[in-house]
Write a protein that binds this ligand. Structure first.
Ligand code: SF4
Ligand code: SF4
Length: 414
């Protein structure tokens, strides 16, 4: 082990979790039923799955716990927290805190994650992109997208675009689609462009609380400079951070996910829809939109408003949705987790999608209809599109953001 310990024993660490986490005292009520570990997508490869973490801490085995790869297999999906009969805040109060402690005690962080954290520290985003390029996706769009520092005027809606939606080539297609929809709806919106930094939620969930706080303070400084009525965001992690975590730092702004904002304008949207999309569609509930924040219906209402779409459900849906594997640092742990587990959660999800919509060669296939895995989170299009290339029968499954589908039905895409 390297570094110095901040707590003398694992029992002191456990006591710290109990006393400093909201609802942390519930950890004392752990029944060791194992439901958390059964729900955990990577529980089967963890030496200490969630119930085992609690048992290890009770037994004074913190050193052994942080000496394993257990915490880096956690993608912070909240499935354990969702099923816990004792209502223990397993993800916020245990797995995230163990990651944080492991960084302090051992300094041992998988190299891909370390690289992303260093980039977030240096460039304010984990992709290591230049802050100056944050609004490049909007260059050339007509009408122009308002950038707050240039426009120097109040707007109704501040759009917090997010890292992957600003920089990732595939995800930018959904970002442009949403810009087109907002313009078609005559929404008075602006973006921060170079003044926006990473929301920091995944950095926080990966155990880097200090870096998260620094990023939050930078965003708060930018929010403070401008006048707007509300914030919307493309990214469920930005939504979660600004809604639930920034207020702990005394940064409070009203925020909604874009699916909530658009669902409220369904009447107006329906009048703008011109095209049918003949497709069988399943929707993947993002963990931090659905399970963590309870937004399940609005994305489905938007999909059902598009004529031609038949909406089906995957076996894991709503509260029981299966993580894409990208949250909580998972976006930067793919290689590490593959080496340990030999599977990708995104591939499981694509298999579920195929079994719900029918595979190319399945008996229930209707050749003329598209099969679509609909998403509402910028982490997911690259992850699921990669998985369609490796899962047998998934080659023709399309992965599309709800914004892309809506823009297509409105004839405003591109
Ligand atoms: S589900 Fe809750 S009560 Fe059961 S073992 Fe896990 S943490 Fe303990
Ligand atoms: S948050 Fe998800 S990945 Fe992490 S321990 Fe809980 S169920 Fe497992």
């Amino acid at each position: 082990m390297t570094g110095s310990t901040t707590l003398d024993t694992s029992k002191e660490f456990l006591n710290q979790l109990i006393t400093t986490t909201p609802d942390g005292e519930r950890i004392r009520l752990c029944l060791q039923c194992g439901a958390c570990s059964g729900a955990c997508p990577f529980g089967f490869v963890m030496k200490y799955p969630p119930h085992g973490m609690i048992a290890a801490l009770r037994a004074g085995m913190l050193d052994d716990l942080v000496g394993t790869d257990t915490s880096w297999m956690c993608v912070s999906c909240y499935a354990c927290t969702q099923v816990c009969p004792a209502k223990i805040p397993v993800t916020a109060g245990l797995t995230t805190r163990v990651k944080e402690e492991e960084m302090l005690l051992t300094g041992k962080v998988p190299s891909e994650l370390q690289d992303a954290l260093e980039k977030a520290q240096r460039y304010d985003n984990p992709l290591g992109e230049s802050p100056r390029k944050r609004a490049e996706w909007a260059s050339g769009l007509k009408p122009e997208v308002t950038i707050m520092a240039r426009a120097k005027r109040p707007v109704d809606v501040l759009w917090f675009v997010g890292d992957y939606a600003s920089y990732h080539a595939r995800v930018i297609q959904s970002t442009i689609a949403l810009a087109r929809i907002l313009q078609a709806l005559d929404v008075d919106f602006g973006i921060l462009g170079p003044e926006e930094v990473s929301d920091g939620d995944s950095v926080r969930l990966a155990g880097e609380t200090g870096l998260f706080e620094m990023l939050a303070e930078k965003n708060a400084k930018a929010f403070d400079k401008y006048e707007f009525n509300e914030i919307i965001t493309t990214d469920p992690h930005a939504f979660n951070a600004i809604r639930n975590e920034y207020p702990h730092l005394e940064i409070s702004y009203p925020i909604r996910h874009y699916t909530q904002f658009l669902a409220e304008r369904l009447d107006q949207l329906e009048k703008l829809i011109n095209n049918r999309i003949e497709a069988t569609v399943v929707f993947h509930d993002p963990c931090y939109l659905g399970r963590v924040n309870g937004i399940f219906e609005e994305p489905r209402q938007l999909l059902q408003a598009i004529p031609g779409i038949e909406l089906m459900e995957m076996s894991h849906n709503r509260e029981n949705s299966l993580c894409c594997g990208g949250g909580g640092g998972g976006m930067w742990l793919d290689g590490f987790q593959w080496e340990i587990a030999g599977v990708r959660i995104s591939e499981w999800r694509v298999r579920e999608a195929i079994s719900a919509v029918g595979s190319e060669n399945g008996k229930d296939t209707e050749v003329s209809r598209e099969r679509i895995l609909a998403i509402a989170c910028p982490y997911e299009s690259p992850r699921f599109e990669d998985a369609t290339k490796t899962v047998p029968g998934a080659e023709s499954l399309l992965v599309k953001d709800i914004a892309e589908l809506l823009a297509e039905s409105m004839g405003v895409e591109g």
